[in-house]
Design a protein around this ligand. Structure first.
Ligand SMILES: [Zn+2]
Length: 383
């Protein structure tokens, strides 16, 4: 797809807003055409090629694909409305399996009302997906996700509930901590603001919600009441709803410290090993380049590693940033003070038998996670 590559590179190199707009319009319509044709292969192969040679063009193309995938337009009678796919991430952890509940009509109404009352502008209509999905249950291909956006948008026209997509029935992996997503399409009259933070604060009232931090708090308080019975046995943190890809990126970032917290609390509750008696070992793991940090946790007076967390690098992060310091800060805030941080580069190794990642122990050797015998039979252990 020489054309696709050429447009993306042109957009990346544009020297003015007018030129950028010109490239962007043409790139957008080509991407929309490829999505309509179901041609994920063309999009993926150009993305792969550009990621090697033209990283800026790669990012420009990825941004364009994501924005086309998550937005569409519907016409209801003579009224044209913009539609945006949004996601509301929920970080959950539990000693038991984290469910992926189907939402009753009553819960869907309550959640849609909460979105309208706290996050969305007064112009907004909401069409919810009737299930809280895990990461494995979100469509993987661009065209499948674009189809989900169109299916949800269709329900603004027909008023029928959107059928669940194929991946929604797949099993999710069982982790101690994981993300669940409430997914919805939002429609507003063409060009109107979608989110309350897009609106200026009126001088006459102090009751208006238009600041992200405030909105996040009110949204969290309202939805936890609805969600807690559906996610029984889980501790849940509710993140701010956002455009689909922005929400997923925010969830990926927030889930890193959240997984460490789940791990530290799990050891405290499951085997009565409080944070001050835990030792954390941080190791950088490399393939061609730094891929992730793996953090093993165990007792401070023993080399054993009971549990662990993978902290992947995201987006443009690389070894330049001081990630180990950030990880240490998370551990310290949880009360873990015995922290070993290795500079040594570890290879991205996995256990031959069970496929789980190998961690660095305090001596700098690769080690397998192993819970003490007494609790090893519990189901929720990552292995
Ligand atoms: Zn194993």
């Amino acid at each position: 797809m020489a054309q696709l590559s050429w447009l993306a590179t042109g957009l990346a190199q544009a020297g003015s807003r007018l030129e950028r707009t010109h490239w962007h319009t043409r790139l957008q319509s080509l991407v929309a055409q490829l999505l309509t044709d179901g041609d994920d292969e063309a999009l993926n192969s150009v993305l792969n090629r550009l990621s090697e040679s033209e990283p800026v063009a790669h990012d420009a193309l990825m941004d364009t694909i994501e924005s086309v995938v998550e937005s569409t337009v519907v016409t209801i009678k003579d009224d044209t409305r913009d539609v945006l796919l949004i996601a509301c991430p929920l970080l959950a952890w539990s000693r038991y399996a984290i469910p992926t509940p189907v939402l009753s009509a009553k819960d869907q109404t309550a959640l849609a009302d909460a979105l309208k009352a706290t996050v969305l502008t007064r112009h907004a209509e909401v069409a919810l997906l009737g299930m809280l999905v895990g990461p494995d249950q979100i469509p993987r291909e661009f065209t499948q996700l674009a189809q989900l956006t169109r299916n949800l948008a269709e329900s603004f026209v027909t008023s029928n509930a959107t059928p669940l997509h194929a991946q929604a029935t797949e099993e999710t992996s069982r982790f101690l901590s994981d993300t669940r997503y409430l997914i919805a399409a939002v429609s507003v009259p063409r060009g109107e603001a979608i989110f309350r933070w897009q609106e200026p604060r009126a001088a006459s009232t102090s009751l208006q919600l238009n600041e992200r931090g405030e909105i996040a708090q009110v949204w969290s308080a309202q939805t936890l009441k609805i969600l807690e019975p559906l996610l029984a046995g889980c501790r849940v943190t509710v993140l701010l709803p956002e455009a689909f890809h922005a929400a997923c990126a925010a969830a990926d970032r927030a889930s890193r410290p959240h997984s460490i917290e789940a791990c530290v609390r799990f050891l405290t509750e499951a085997i009565d090993l409080p944070p001050e008696k835990q030792r954390a070992v941080i190791g950088p793991f490399y393939a061609q380049r730094l891929e992730e940090y793996r953090i093993g946790l165990g007792p401070h007076n023993d080399d054993a590693l009971y549990h662990g967390v993978v902290w992947p690098l995201l987006g443009i992060e690389d070894e330049q940033g001081d990630m180990p310091a950030e990880i240490e800060q998370v551990l310290r805030s949880l009360g873990v003070t015995d922290i070993v941080s290795h500079d040594h580069r570890f290879p991205m190794e996995y256990c031959d038998d069970c496929g789980s990642p190998m961690y660095a122990n305090a001596d700098g050797e690769l080690a397998h996670l192993e819970m003490p015998e007494s609790v090893a039979a519990q189901p929720s252990i990552l292995h």
